[in-house]
Design a protein around this ligand. Structure first.
Ligand code: PBG
Length: 307
């Protein structure tokens, strides 16, 4: 009766992976219980999520071919576009379809942007690619596009492109404060991405030492027209979630990322912690800090527990 914070299944957004050409779902070793879906297993998972009260999902694609431009990301026949159309046909308006908007799963070098001849990420030419991807995803049925590449100006570029192509109603969930975190390791296994030359993303993602700088990043995305904003990862950045909440009234999401999930799963598998209890505690903490929505690999499991 006196609980100040409640977690409900419709607070949760399930990240789902779909692999081009997969006939069977493929397990992901570092994310026990999460798979790279085939078209068929993806439909079954969405039906299951709806059954337990989780209406929203964010899609990530694993393409068969990768190239320098990440062309599969904006190809109308690309893996995510095909999946978006299929899910929209099947489930209509019952689901909220979010498309992660980035290049790293589609480029042969694994960076989130196009590269200059010297191998640096080229912010401004990447914006044109993001605009093309946004339009392809909206055409395929995405309700929300979620740029995760942390290029400067990405929200404005995507908003302009969507408006120009008559997708004024397609919303933008901005990965606004996304830190260069060690907690994305299992995700990179999930999408088979290796960053060229053992590189990292510190040139475009946020420094974990800097909360004020992250707030500036959020302000920029809000000014550019973000409809929803996100902090990522979640538990290590509860202070940032709380500060963003205090400053902004837009819907606020937090991404409980692959490493946060994997740590709980690994400790639980060893019998060292109660996995369900710790997952619930962490997700509740993320809401308590101020998030409205949580992207989490626990979505289905925890919805079953709390639903
Ligand atoms: C980039 C992207 C990443 C994640 C979501 N979108 C990986 C990265 O920035 O390296 C990570 C999510 C997770 O770890 O669960 N497209």
């Amino acid at each position: 009766m006196v609980a100040e914070t409640r977690l409900t299944p419709d607070d949760l957004i399930a990240p789902l992976f779909v692999r081009e050409g997969a006939r069977e779902p493929q397990p992901i070793a570092s994310l026990p219980g999460v798979v790279q879906h085939s078209p068929e297993s993806l439909r079954a998972e969405v039906a299951h999520l709806l059954d337990v009260g989780v209406p929203a999902m964010i899609l990530f694609g694993i393409p068969e071919h990768r190239d320098g431009d990440g062309s599969g990301a904006s190809d109308p026949e690309g893996v995510v576009q095909v999946a978006l159309r299929d899910l929209r046909d099947r489930f209509g308006d019952e689901i909220v379809l979010i498309a992660d908007l980035c290049l790293d799963e589609y480029t042969d070098h694994g960076h989130c942007g196009l590269l200059t001849p010297s191998g640096a990420v080229d912010n401004d030419s990447t914006l044109d690619r993001y605009a093309e991807i946004a339009v392809a995803q909206a055409e395929a049925g995405a309700d929300i596009v979620a740029p995760s590449g942390m290029m400067d100006g990405q929200v404005a570029a995507i908003r302009d492109a969507l408006d120009e192509e008559d997708f004024a109603d397609t919303a933008i969930l901005a990965y606004a404060a996304k830190f260069a975190s060690g907690l994305y390791g299992p995700f990179r296994d999930a999408v088979d991405v290796e960053i060229a030359g053992g590189g990292d993303r510190r040139a475009y993602q946020q420094d974990p030492a800097n909360a004020r700088e992250a707030l500036e990043e959020v302000r920029a995305d809000v000014a550019e027209g973000a409809d929803l904003i996100m902090v990522k990862p979640a538990v290590t950045y509860l202070d940032v979630i709380a500060r963003v909440r205090a400053e902004h009234d837009l819907p606020l999401a937090a991404y409980h990322v692959s490493g946060e999930y994997a740590m709980i799963k690994a400790a639980a598998a060893n019998g060292w912690i109660n996995g369900d209890a710790v997952a619930l505690e962490q997700l509740l903490a993320v809401k308590r800090a101020g998030a409205d929505l949580i992207l989490t690999y626990f979505a289905r499991e925890i919805a079953e527990v709390i639903g």
